[in-house]
Write a protein that binds this ligand. Structure first.
Ligand code: AMP
Ligand code: ZN
Length: 483
């Protein structure tokens, strides 16, 4: 069987220029990509994970095309809030941020996010940032005021080119030195901040203090990936000022283009408002899992809406995502355990077409909705053919192959939610209230009655993963208990 999916050109929407462009990496066969990571003063919320799942889909897709991806993700482990919160708890900032970094890594595993080649902390790169600031100072792009060093925007005529910000009215010397910025207000930003009395600081060649937020990403991106990189990404809220400032710092220092492709994910919303820590309208991954939701359902939900579309989060949406994952897993189970008459049917052709359409969807700026539609068409056609006895043994291979292609990117087919919950310490009662177990037990009974033993076994395993033991009682009823 020929599995040629006729792979086409990859097109990405580049925020720089504001249009879709063919993706051509700087070095053939290799992609250097920087992804802005979390500020670790709290647990990441599922809005943050909307962007991190998008970055994972991007990474997996590039890898599936045989490209060697080198991805760097930072942890912002120093900023105003971190310094203030650590001081309030009476611990150093490293101790304060450690638990959130650990939690972030554990959450990433639960959502099947592949590990970037480098996950790096700002506080391990102070010397790189100092060097970059010295380089900017030597070229006259900085000035010092009250011990802090600022970037002089008026010296960089291209400032604002990413978000097409109008900077004609910018006042020379208007400074901003907090970590939270006003929207669309371009001002000289702090590269290095002098400590306030009693505040934690590093003693360096450019004076005592700590780095501004933006300089860390420029310094770490260039350290690991070189002065010009292929892809830089984050949520849309990062385009201004964070990414404008990264461009200014990096390009002023090197005289070279910093990034070829800028990709920005639209926000996750709740009640049509941006989910954010400061608005307080957020859920963490653990909040949702503790209510009995599955990690695979959340991953599927976050991945299924193309990244440049806003996604309004609802419990019903999550429920639907859960059913979709279940449907796909059941289909894979039916393919693996079913017995079909010899030969092949037109479903084999459908499977090849599904693969091709799946790839075409992703090639078009990661249109995950279109890619998914292709796979669900195949599931529907195959299930119908099976129900009518028209599905043939020879169709199993092509259909499974299409699922494999799908799962390289979506990564939800493996039935490992129970283990993932356990790894987060949410293994048993917290994630499995009685009524939910009863539903699963009943579903298993129904599956056995309809002789769908693959499904019945899967449910038994899932229950076992949640610490539930099943017993066949004499009256034909099934009883369950917690281990
Ligand atoms: P932060 O921890 O605030 O530095 O954010 C980490 C990442 O999450 C950045 O790429 C943000 O742009 C992104 N982000 C924050 N809120 C949302 C949201 N509601 N939806 C999607 N991405 C978000
Ligand atoms: Zn960044």
């Amino acid at each position: 069987m020929d599995y040629d999916t006729r792979m086409g050109e990859i097109i990405f929407h580049n925020t720089m220029g504001g249009r879709k462009e063919p993706f051509v990496p700087l070095q053939a066969g290799e992609v250097r990509m920087y992804t802005c990571g979390p500020t670790v003063y709290n647990f990441a919320h599922i809005g943050n994970f909307r962007t991190f799942v998008f970055q994972d889909i991007l990474r997996r897709f590039l890898r599936s095309r045989g490209l060697h991806v080198i991805q760097v993700m930072n942890s912002t482990d120093v900023d105003d809030r971190i310094i203030a919160n650590a001081a309030a708890e009476g611990v150093d900032i490293r101790t304060y941020t450690e638990k959130y970094i650990e939690a972030f890594l554990a959450d990433r595993r639960a959502l099947s996010l592949e590990m970037p080649e480098y996950i790096v902390r700002a506080t391990d790169h102070i010397e790189d940032m100092v060097k970059l600031i010295e380089r900017l100072a030597a070229k006259g792009f900085t000035y010092v005021s009250e011990g802090s060093t600022y970037f002089r925007i008026s010296k960089f005529p291209n400032y604002g080119k990413l978000t097409k910000l109008d900077v004609t009215g910018i006042q020379a010397g208007a400074r901003v030195d907090v970590d939270q910025y006003d929207k669309a207000d371009a001002r000289d930003f702090a590269l290095w901040k002098a400590p306030k009395p009693g505040e934690f600081f590093w003693e360096t060649r450019i004076g005592p203090g700590r780095p501004g937020w933006h300089i860390e990403c420029s310094a770490m991106a260039m350290k690991y990936l070189g002065e010009t990189i292929d892809i830089h990404s984050g949520g849309v809220d990062l385009a201004f000022p964070h990414h404008e400032n990264e461009i200014a710092q990096s390009e002023a220092a090197t005289g070279k283009r910093f990034v070829d492709y800028w990709l920005h994910a639209e926000h996750l919303l709740v009640n049509f408002e941006k989910m954010s820590k400061s608005l307080g309208n957020f859920f963490t991954l653990r909040d949702l899992l503790a209510k009995g939701n599955k990690p695979s359902a959340l991953r599927f939900l976050l991945a299924s809406v193309p990244y440049r579309r806003q996604l309004n989060f609802t419990q019903e949406g999550l429920q639907q995502a859960s059913s979709s994952v279940e449907r796909l897993r059941n289909f894979a189970g039916r393919l693996r355990s079913g017995k079909f008459p010899a030969g092949i049917s037109p479903v084999s052709e459908d499977a090849i077409k599904a693969e091709r359409d799946f790839e075409h969807g992703l090639e078009d700026d990661l249109n995950t909705a279109q890619a998914l539609a292709a796979i669900f068409d195949l599931v529907r056609e195959s299930n119908t053919a099976m129900d009518h006895g028209e599905f043939r043994q020879g169709d199993v291979g092509p259909a499974l192959h299409a699922l494999e292609i799908f799962d390289r990117i979506f990564a939800v087919l493996e039935d490992d939610d129970a283990q993932k919950l356990q790894a987060l310490g949410l293994g048993s009662e917290a994630s499995a209230p009685d009524h939910e177990i009863e539903v699963l037990v009943a579903e298993r009974q129904a599956a056995r009655k309809s002789r769908d033993f693959a499904k019945a076994d899967r449910i038994r395993n899932e229950l076992a993963g949640r610490g539930i033991v099943l017993e066949d009682a004499r009256d034909g009823e099934i009883r369950w208990k917690r281990k």
